[in-house]
Design a protein around this ligand. Structure first.
Ligand SMILES: Nc1ncnc2c1ncn2[C@@H]1O[C@H](COP(=O)(O)OP(=O)(O)OP(=O)(O)O)[C@@H](O)[C@H]1O
Ligand SMILES: [Mg+2]
Length: 338
């Protein structure tokens, strides 16, 4: 089910994106051992993406493909090595962290480590208000209690400490803290995967409710494809630092184009690094990102590999609702789309 039918995923090309990545890359220098020096690891490799106002863009891919690195760059916590990030058409490269965080806020996987154990719930939620100085001190408590109510927590939790709360309650506090500054965009990086299954759907429903109430835009990173299918209006699939397919959620789930997307949809993604996709026969395991395969980096695992895939990178091919990076869909090949 497409959660957000108001967004016409076919005709987004004419709508201005609220956030855009243009050829964004980030490389880490990774140690090879004491005597072997360091080698570059391209965690995000020339990714271009548009996020439109009011949509939920799902971001999926195996562990280690670069999702969190991408999120950290959007949040201003990592600088891109190359490329540009724009918010409402303005490049964010000159912005300070305060400017970025007033528009974009994160909700991370583990609410326990993202909340300071020595601060009360009230102090944690009002901290952004104090830093940004947008609300006078005397009005902060009232606003924080309103936020607690919005996330379904009683006002008495104001003076509680994180260790006095359940995992689900802690994530509600983290959500309240993310939303208290009224951001436009929220980056949810596995927001429910550390929680008990029984509370996961409550938190997801809360995120949806708040999205509609506050007119938010979400980038939603998840291993759980069923959740992404339920929440997202569009989906981007990442493989070894690149987005290999992007498109409307309904189309992508019913007619995936990239052989990797096809494999993902038949699988259950595991959150553990290096585990890859356990229950799909993709041949070779997840490649070493320090030494990625030539040509299309998916080619050693691709069931439909052709000669060209071993030597040439496919580049991005526009399709009706997004793009795909696969030689199968080039003009000269059998699956050409147009
Ligand atoms: N600070 C860092 N230094 C070196 N390498 C890093 C650093 N951060 C990430 N990486 C590497 O970059 C790649 C992408 O990591 P990232 O955390 O973005 O993946 P992910 O898709 O979020 O994975 P997961 O699904 O497990 O959260 C991985 O190979 C990782 O080892
Ligand atoms: Mg991650």
């Amino acid at each position: 089910m497409n959660f957000n039918p108001a967004i016409d995923t076919q005709n987004l090309s004419s709508v201005k994106p609220i956030m855009e990545l243009r050829n964004v890359s980030r490389t880490f220098m990774v140690s090879q051992g004491v005597f072997r020096g360091k080698k570059p690891l391209k965690a995000v490799n020339e990714v271009s993406l548009k996020v439109h106002r009011g949509e939920v863009l799902g971001l999926v891919g195996e562990s280690g493909c670069g999702k969190t690195t991408l999120a950290m760059m959007l949040l201003g916590l990592l600088t891109p090595g190359q490329g540009e990030i724009l918010i409402e058409d303005q490049a964010v490269s000159g912005w300070n962290l305060l400017e970025i965080t007033s528009r974009i806020q994160p909700i991370f996987q583990d609410p326990y480590s993202s909340l300071n154990p020595r601060k009360t719930v009230g102090q944690s939620i009002s901290l952004p208000l104090a830093i940004h100085k947008t609300v006078q001190k005397k009005d902060r408590r009232q606003l924080v209690e309103k936020m607690l109510e919005a996330v379904g927590l009683p006002g008495r939790f104001y003076n509680s400490y994180p260790n006095q709360l359940s995992g689900g309650q802690r994530q509600r506090v983290a959500i309240a803290r993310a939303l208290v500054m009224k951001p436009q965009i929220v980056i949810c990086d596995e927001p429910t995967s550390a929680l008990d299954v029984s509370v996961q759907s409550q938190i997801l429903n809360l995120l949806l409710k708040l999205k509609n109430q506050l007119n938010l835009t979400y980038l939603f990173i998840s291993h759980n494809l069923a959740v992404v299918e339920h929440l997202a209006s569009r989906v981007a699939v990442m493989y070894l630092g690149r987005v290999v397919e992007e498109g409307g959620c309904e189309r992508l789930f019913s007619k995936p184009l990239h052989p990797y997307t096809q494999a993902l949809l038949k699988s259950v993604l595991l959150p553990e690094p290096g585990q890859g996709i356990s229950n799909v026969n993709l041949g070779a395991g997840f490649p070493n990102p320090i030494d990625p395969p030539t040509g299309c980096t998916f080619h050693p695992r691709c069931p439909q590999v052709m000669d060209i895939c071993r030597t040439q990178s496919p580049g991005s091919l526009s399709i009706e609702d997004g793009y795909v990076e696969c030689h199968l869909y080039r003009k000269e090949n059998k699956n050409y789309l147009n």
